[in-house]
Design a protein around this ligand. Structure first.
Ligand SMILES: NC(=O)c1ccc[n+]([C@@H]2O[C@H](COP(=O)([O-])OP(=O)(O)OC[C@H]3O[C@@H](n4cnc5c(N)ncnc54)[C@H](O)[C@@H]3O)[C@@H](O)[C@H]2O)c1
Length: 447
């Protein structure tokens, strides 16, 4: 769906009107395109921790177009496209001053749409209280920078567990690229990979891998299928029998296969198992199918309650459990659910939907340790306002508020969710497990 206000404020006249009236001024986000450099460039790498070398190595090893980090101590007038601050060496509150000094000196050097990443050690992995307090404090800094740097600059915090240093590359490649355009203010924890170190072809990471995407005939599901296929996967697209034609079209457009299946059907798990016995287990499973039946609870029918919980929560749970119980996901595999910021913040008229999406977060947290024993990760994305048919149904004024109430002052696109899922699904992302990553432009809801 088109965002007319975004086009308006980016016209010469609209810009003047918005400035004069103090209205939000979103800028069209730059998103990754094939053939583009993998990472933004140049990037300042600063700080004194155990990860600086890892970060530097990433830039020299980048395969598509070489990136050149500039490690600068003094302020300069040269604009950069990103900054990485390694704060793993910060062991007490006083040492947080180094972050003030760095961002104070360099904030204005960050060009529009820059990517900023702060690296830390999660408080639970710190040995002493002063270190754990200082590391926890990084969250406040990162979330504030994400709100105040404007110009579509995104800022994230990655906590890297001791021993997980080598697992950093896939996350840095995502957060320092145009793929993460609509992800900001996020805190991600990296642990030792559940599946050890794997050799990766960064240009076609899913080559030879099989992916299953539910609700793939349109919207976010179609974008997920397209991105996974773009990166080499054979994608099995699932949708309800009523969507058969669109599903066939979607599957053939990505060179994949169509599987008509109502994921709430009593025999859905058995049908999937049949498919697996014929074609093999999956490496990536994305539970994307979802529905809304909005009403305040007093007006909500029992059917509206039950159907939303059945599609959005019970089906992903039953299918995931069946897949894990019967080796339907290969070692090194990934299960990714689609939650929602409604599941984090709650939403008026969405008690059924928010319950189901909060339950999805519970699913991720409950299944992640069990799946890890099979070298499989379980994570979720929680999209905010994404421009699809689902959000087109929202009444105009509420829709407009939903679009603007985030640090980027605009809705995201299905591709933003898809790129985030591709990062979580990546063979080198085995260190990300049990996490919920918001794709919401740092929405104010549930922040
Ligand atoms: N659009 C947003 O802003 C937004 C925000 C947060 C979360 N989400 C979530 O993202 C996911 C995709 O949303 P979308 O906006 O693309 O929705 P959409 O309505 O465009 O697509 C959902 C797809 O799921 C399919 N589906 C529904 N019930 C099914 C069933 N029982 N079995 C198999 N397939 C079924 C539908 O046929 C459809 O193709 C959903 O889980 C949704 O809750 C969307």
């Amino acid at each position: 769906m088109s965002d007319r206000y975004l086009s308006f404020v980016n016209s010469p006249w609209g810009r003047r009107v918005a400035q004069a009236a103090g209205l939000p001024q979103p800028v069209p986000l730059l998103r990754h395109r094939s053939g583009q450099a993998a990472l933004v460039n140049p990037v300042i790498v600063a700080g004194a921790g155990r990860l600086v070398e890892q970060v530097q190595r990433l830039f020299t090893a980048t395969d598509t177009v070489a990136a050149t980090p500039a490690t600068l101590k003094a302020p300069s007038t040269v604009k950069v496209q990103g900054a990485v601050f390694d704060a793993t060496g910060v062991v007490d509150v006083q040492q947080l001053d180094a972050l003030y000094a760095f961002f104070h000196a360099n904030a204005r050097r960050l060009g529009p749409q820059s990517r900023v990443v702060v690296l830390g050690t999660a408080p639970e992995h710190c040995q002493a209280a002063p270190q754990s307090i200082a590391q926890r404090a990084l969250e406040g800094l990162v979330r504030s920078l994400a709100k105040e740097l404007h110009r579509a600059i995104t800022v994230q915090l990655i906590y890297v567990a001791p021993g997980a240093e080598d697992a950093l590359d896939s996350s840095l490649r995502f957060f320092l690229s145009r793929r993460s355009a609509y992800v900001s203010g996020q805190v991600v924890r990296l642990e030792k990979p559940v599946d050890g170190q794997v050799a990766v072809d960064w240009n076609a990471p899913f080559a030879g891998r099989r992916a299953l995407v539910t609700g793939a005939s349109r919207g976010i599901g179609l974008a997920i299928a397209q991105v996974l296929a773009r990166d080499g996967a054979h994608v099995v697209c699932v949708d309800v029998p009523q969507a058969r034609d669109a599903l066939q079209q979607a599957a053939s457009s990505v060179g994949g296969a169509a599987l008509t299946l109502d994921i709430t059907a009593a025999d859905a798990a058995a049908s999937l198992q049949d498919h697996i016995s014929q074609h093999g287990a999956f490496d990536v499973v994305v539970h994307n199918a979802g529905i809304t039946r909005d009403k305040t609870i007093a007006k909500m029918s029992e059917d509206a309650w039950r159907s939303v919980l059945a599609v959005n929560l019970q089906a992903p749970l039953q299918l995931s459990q069946a897949l894990l119980d019967h080796q339907g996901v290969n070692p090194g595999g990934r299960i990714i659910c689609v939650s929602s910021i409604s599941g984090i913040a709650g939403n008026l008229g969405q008690s059924n939907y928010a319950t189901s999406k909060a339950g999805v977060i519970g699913l991720v947290q409950a299944l992640a340790p069990q799946a890890a024993a099979q070298q499989v990760t379980v994570n979720a994305v929680a999209p905010g306002f994404i421009e699809t048919r689902m959000t087109a149904k929202i009444p105009l004024m509420i829709r407009e508020a939903g679009r603007r109430m985030n640090s980027l002052s605009q809705g995201g696109q299905p591709i933003d969710v898809a790129e985030t899922i591709a990062w979580l699904a990546h063979p080198a992302s085995g260190g990300v497990n049990g996490q919920v990553v918001r794709v919401c432009g740092q929405s104010l809801l549930g922040a």
